[in-house]
Design a binder for this molecule. Sequence first.
Ligand code: FES
Length: 277
Amino acid sequence: MDNIQLGPNYFCLRLLCPEIAPAYQPGQFVMLRAWAGYDPLLPRPFAIHQTWQRQDQEQQGIDILYQVVGRGTRLMAGLKPGDQIYLVGPLGKGFIIPEGLQSAFLVGGGMGIAPLLALAHKIIRDSRPSPKLSLLLGGKGKEDLLRVKEFIELKVSVHLATEDGSVGHKGLVTEMLPTIIPRQRPQVIYASGPEAMLKKIAHEASYYEIPCQVSLERLMACGIGACLSCVTKTRLAQPPEGLSPDGVSPTPFQYQRVCLDGPVFEAQEVIWNNGAE
Ligand code: FES
């Protein structure tokens, strides 16, 4: 185990776990409890950032990118090599890469960057000829934009936005979409970050008729579909007869578990804010 500090509040936890790394698909997550005892009581969900392998020692594992925001992550920041942690994964459904993908936008807000680097690696590895990828990344300030160098090394075209204007576009990452989407017309948009950002991206993608996959964040107690703490409303793909949307009746919906049926969903399936505006 290694716990690498990336910035004032950001860390990368490197874990040796040969059982999880080979089974991982970008977008999947782990449930992690990095502290002894029951305070905090529950493990926390973390997107797997990337997998790693040391050829010489045949060791492999995963990286977890995290920001110190509360008691659980403060305790994580104190982890040292040799400490024991509780870890279950890989969990959930990850991003789907369509056959022959030639261009995609990866849109991240803050810690939403976590699953996108592994996704970029996988798209580049699996697609021939080389696909054209663009990263649109937003954060409060320059220090909140993580892993930019790694995307540039992958030859991904990078567009940055910061709310304080310290680098890139001054404002929200979503404000860049109306200019960049019509210019580049990506085949797919992948997005990960706060729900308000995902909702806006889903709206833009739908306007330009571009398929969009979003990774939802929810509080999770179990991570395996048992407790229903993470449910979200999604549209019924085939509404039962008499329940078809008619512009008057409410949209027929179902509850899905973000931990088991997601966290990645097709954007047009999601009923944002669980239907509350
Ligand atoms: Fe328990 Fe999803 S976290 S059902």
